[in-house]
Write a protein that binds this ligand. Structure first.
Ligand code: DGJ
Length: 542
């Protein structure tokens, strides 16, 4: 008996030592899930300001993340911070961060600010900044150094990589059991502004080489099937070459980091205009070499250790915002939006992103710090900063595992009210959701008079809805400021049988709070300014 008990407790111990399953990405039928503890997880993120990566700043980070109902905090860890002197590492902030995150019941995404942060070298240690011979800048066509570091700096790569490996090794040591850290961003918005590529000697020599086969296999040739970058890609050669050079560098940093501790890794992108179709050659209009949507294939070829190319969306117009989503959501690239602006108008886009199956979302600068990146974000630095996002997170937080599972199964869709305020629709197998905006909650505009006037409080577009088809004729509807009418698909007949307002409990069971009928359904389902969750049962007469 004693022996048996001992064996059982040893088995338990080894389970604990093995820890929770490692976070990882999985794909099926062109869709993606981030598995955390073995099950799909939806990142409801809160990205801290750039200078909140110090213990004294953390209270404002947790307070805001809690107010927001975020489940994950995205936090920079800077090279200058962990290796202030060459070869001497200090991970005390990482230790404090991980410990406090666990106390706050939050997960973490770590942002490695190193060779490139918004393209610049500002987060490199002083010993890097002050030694341009060892850590060279890119050169322009006249041989003049740029502000940004060269992706051909072999010492830069070696030392960035070494520090990153040390960070990943440290995370492995402190987090293999609890898995508080879910993913890692490698660099921040890499690329370069004002220059199309590096013209330094090593770069020039590489530029004159044939385009690598791995790139040719993915990024469609434009001028010739094989040859040098210029021969193959013509007017796009310089920017494609730079994307390859930056991607290869980041890929090497990431691969070494993953060999130390294998977590999902991604890069983030300062966008080019998604409405410029087809995209024209670089004309000083975006950061060349950054992971813009049109070079995702080059990043995939040159940086296989990077799982995701992610958009940072600071484009408040609905046409632009929405155009980015399909460009970054591909069978080989999960949709993950690690940054978007905190202007209140961005709140409604959460429905579009979560509805289309993003593995996660995160507004940027959601911690209480007396600083605002207005006009990208709101001027508010108090609780009103998080409100437009909390409103939506509040609905998804209790069902985040369910939603991630439904999204992975392809059951979900979502949409945000357009700037044009025009009707929209979502098509599901067998049913269509017809959506209209600015309507009152009672009556039809065809009745004339007061009924034709836009509803009070709808001067700005704030509507949105996300829906999950949980069985052939049943939907979960989450939304705000939208009128939803469910209609049978063309050529079929059907009707709404029952609409319940309610919520899911901690065990994932539906809890009905009231049935909507009469006035509440006669003019469609009119979702109010504060979001609601409905379970809608449709039916067909046999
Ligand atoms: C995008 C960057 O990735 C962020 O770190 C930050 O600088 C914002 N732009 C602007 O606030």
């Amino acid at each position: 008996m004693k022996k048996l008990l001992l064996a059982a407790s040893l088995a338990c111990l080894s389970l604990v030592a093995a820890g929770a399953e490692r976070p990882r990405l999985v794909a099926k039928d062109g869709r993606h899930a981030l598995l955390v503890d073995g099950k799909p997880f939806l990142i409801l993120g809160a990205q801290a300001h750039n200078s909140s990566n110090y213990p004294a700043a953390l209270k404002g980070v947790w307070d805001a993340a809690n107010d927001l109902k975020a489940n994950t905090v995205l936090m920079p860890v800077a090279w200058e911070q962990v290796e202030p002197q060459e070869g001497r590492f200090d991970f005390s902030f990482v230790d404090t961060l991980v410990k406090q995150a666990r106390q706050q019941k939050k997960r973490l995404v770590i942002l490695w600010f190193a060779t490139w942060k918004n393209t610049s070298a500002q987060y490199t240690p002083e010993w890097v900044k002050l030694n341009p011979k060892r850590f060279p800048a890119m050169l322009d066509a006249d041989g003049k150094p740029s502000y940004a570091l060269s992706p051909f700096g072999t010492e830069t790569l070696k030392h960035d990589q070494r520090a990153f490996v040390a960070l990943m090794g440290h995370l492995k040591a402190i987090d293999s059991t609890e898995r508080t850290v879910l993913m890692v961003q490698v660099q921040n918005e890499p690329g370069v502004f004002g220059l199309v590529r590096d013209f330094g000697p090593a770069a020039q020599a590489a530029f004159e080489q044939p385009v690598p086969a791995a790139v040719l296999a993915r990024q469609k040739p434009k001028a010739a099937a094989t040859g040098t970058w210029r021969q193959v890609y013509g007017d796009y050669a310089d920017e494609y070459f730079h994307a390859w050079a930056v991607a290869r560098y980041i890929g090497e940093v990431a691969a070494a980091g993953r060999a130390a501790y294998d977590l999902p890794m991604y890069v983030n992108n300062a966008l080019r205009d998604p409405l410029e179709q087809p995209p024209k050659p670089w004309n000083k209009n975006f950061a060349a070499g950054g992971p813009t949507w049109d070079v995702i294939d080059i990043y995939k070829a040159a940086a296989p250790a990077i799982d995701i190319v992610a958009p940072d969306i600071y484009q408040p117009g609905s046409a632009q915002f929405n155009a980015n989503l399909p460009l970054f959501q591909r069978p080989d690239n999960p949709l993950w939006v690690p940054e978007f602006g905190t202007q209140p108008s961005y709140g409604r886009f959460l429905y579009a992103m979560l509805g289309r199956g993003a593995i996660g979302v995160s507004p940027f600068g959601t911690d209480y710090f007396d600083y605002s990146n207005y006009p990208l974000g709101t001027l508010a630095t108090d609780k009103t900063l998080v409100q437009p996002f909390e409103r939506v997170y509040r609905m998804f937080a209790p069902i985040q595992r369910l939603w991630a599972q439904w999204a992975f199964e392809g059951r979900t869709q979502g949409i945000a009210e357009g700037d044009d305020r025009q009707p929209q629709q979502l098509d599901f197998p067998g049913w269509t959701a017809k959506l209209t905006y600015r309507m009152g909650r009672f009556g039809e505009s065809a009745w004339g008079g007061e009924f034709t006037k836009p509803a009070a409080g709808t001067d700005e577009p704030t509507g949105g809805v996300a829906m999950a088809q949980i069985s052939a004729d049943e939907f979960i509807v989450i939304g705000q400021r939208v009128r939803v009418r469910m209609e049978p698909a063309a050529g079929t007949s059907g009707m709404m049988l029952r609409t319940e307002q309610g919520r899911f409990d901690a065990q994932g069971r539906w809890v009905m709070e009231r049935v909507w009928n009469g006035d509440q359904v006669d003019y469609g389902l009119n979702l109010p300014a504060e979001p609601v969750m409905l379970k809608v049962k449709m039916g067909r007469v046999r």
